[in-house]
Design a binder for this molecule. Structure first.
Ligand code: G3H
Ligand code: 13P
Ligand code: ZN
Length: 312
C-alpha cells in the first residue's frame, strides 16, 4: 500500500511551510492506541501539523498489522500528518516501513563512517524516491553532554564542514544534527549547560533553506517527575532541554523537533497518580484515560508554546 491511500502526506511541504513561517513540525513517538490517540487529539485541537513517529522497537512492539490497522482506524485525511520511521538502522528496515505505507523514513547512519553513511543513505533515498517518500538522514552522533569527557567534540557534534557534501551526495530531504541534545530523560548535568548554537548557526549558514532536525528535544517537565516520585516512582536528577533553547533552535532552521520522553513521563505520572488515588479501581480504561489526557495536555503546551506550530 502507498501512504496516500491512508490519507497521509510526506514531510516535504510541511517543512517548506515550517521554514517559511518560522515554526517546527513536532514529531511525537507512539507505540500503542493511547499514545497515538493522544497525539492526534493534541494536533487536532491545536490545528497543528504533526509527524507520527514509530521507532523500530515500537514497530516490533505493535506489529505491522495492528499498527497499520490503527492508522486506517484513525481515518486520517489531512494535508498535515505524516507517518515516519524513527531511527531506521538499515536499508531493509526503511524499505519495510515504506512498503507498509509510511510516508517518511529516517535512515540513521550516524554511527557509520562518513562514506558508509553517504552510501547507505543514498540507497534508501533511491528506493524512497520511487514512492515519493521523504528521507531524513543523520550526521554527527547524538549523545549526551555527559559524554563530553570521553568522546572528542567531533564525535559528538555534527561537523559543519561535512554537511554540504553529505546533503548533496545523498539528496536526503532533511538532516538530523547533533548540537548537544540526547535521547532519554538525563540530558544535562546542570542548568548551565546549553546547546551549541554556534554549531547550529554554522550549519544553517551552509544549508540555508534546508530542513534541519533536532532529536532528543524533550523538556523533561519537573512537575511530572515530582508526581511520579510522589507516587512510588524513582526518577532522580533528570534534566531536559529548556523551552527557551528549543525555541531558539527553531528560529535557526530547525523545522522538526522530536519528542518522546515527555509523553512517557506524562503517561507514567498519570497512571501512578490515578492508581494511588483510586486504590479500589481495576478498570484500566480509567487510568489509561488519565494518561491520554496528560499526554495531550503536555503536547498541546509544546505545540503552542515551544514549536509554535498551532494553526499552521
Ligand atoms: O529516539 C528514540 C525514541 O525515543 C524511541 O525509543 O526505541 O525505545 O521506542 P524506543
Ligand atoms: P527525547 O528522548 O528527548 O524525547 O527524544 C526523542 C527522539 O529524539 C525520538 O527520535
Ligand atoms: Zn531520536
Amino acid at each position: 500500500m502507498n501512504y496516500k491511500d491512508f490519507g497521509l502526506v510526506n514531510t516535504k511541504k510541511m517543512f517548506i511551510n515550517a521554514m517559511r513561517h518560522g515554526y517546527a513540525v513536532p514529531a511525537f513517538n507512539f507505540y500503542n492506541l493511547e499514545t497515538l490517540k493522544s497525539i492526534l487529539v493534541a494536533a487536532k485541537n491545536t490545528k497543528s501539523p504533526v509527524i507520527l513517529a514509530v521507532s523500530e522497537s515500537a514497530l516490533k512492539y505493535m506489529g505491522d498489522d495492528f499498527l497499520m490497522g490503527m492508522i486506517i482506524g484513525a481515518k486520517i485525511k489531512s494535508k498535515n500528518i505524516a507517518l515516519h520511521l524513527d531511527h531506521g538502522h538499515s536499508f531493509e528496515s526503511c524499505k519495510h516501513a515504506i512498503d507498509l505505507g509510511f510516508s517518511s523514513v529516517m535512515f540513521d547512519g550516524s554511527e557509520l563512517p562518513f562514506a558508509e553513511n553517504v552510501k547507505q543513505t543514498k540507497r534508501v533515498v533511491a528506493y524512497a524516491k520511487k514512492f515519493d517518500v521523504s528521507v531524513e538522514a543523520e550526521l554527527g552522533t547524538l549523545s549526551g553532554i555527559e559524554d563530553e569527557d570521553t568522546k572528542s567534540e567531533k564525535h559528538i557534534y555534527t561537523d559543519p564542514l561535512d554537511v554540504i557534501e553529505f546533503v548533496s551526495k545523498t539528496s536526503c530531504d532533511s538532516l538530523a544534527i547533533a548540537i548537544g541534545t540526547s535521547h532519554g530523560a538525563y540530558k544535562r548535568k546542570n542548568e548551565n549547560e546549553k546547546l551549541r548554537f554556534d554549531i547550529l548557526k554554522q550549519i544553517a549558514d551552509k544549508l540555508p533553506n534546508f530542513p534541519l532536525v533536532l532529536h532528543g528535544a524533550s523538556e523533561i517537565p519537573q512537575n511530572l517527575l515530582k508526581t511520579i516520585n510522589k507516587n512510588g516512582g524513582k526518577i532522580v536528577g533528570a534534566l531536559g532541554i529548556p523551552a527557551s533553547q528549543i525555541k531558539k533552535a527553531v528560529s535557526m532552521n530547525i523545522c522538526k523537533v522530536n519528542v518522546d520522553s515527555d509523553a512517557r513521563l506524562a503517561f507514567t505520572s498519570a497512571v501512578r497518580e490515578n492508581l494511588n488515588k483510586n486504590p479500589e479501581n481495576f478498570d484500566p480504561r480509567k487510568f489509561l484515560t488519565a494518561a491520554m489526557n496528560e499526554i495531550t495536555k503536555t503536547y498541546i503546551y509544546e505545540i503552542t508554546k515551544v514549536m509554535n506550530s498551532a494553526h499552521k
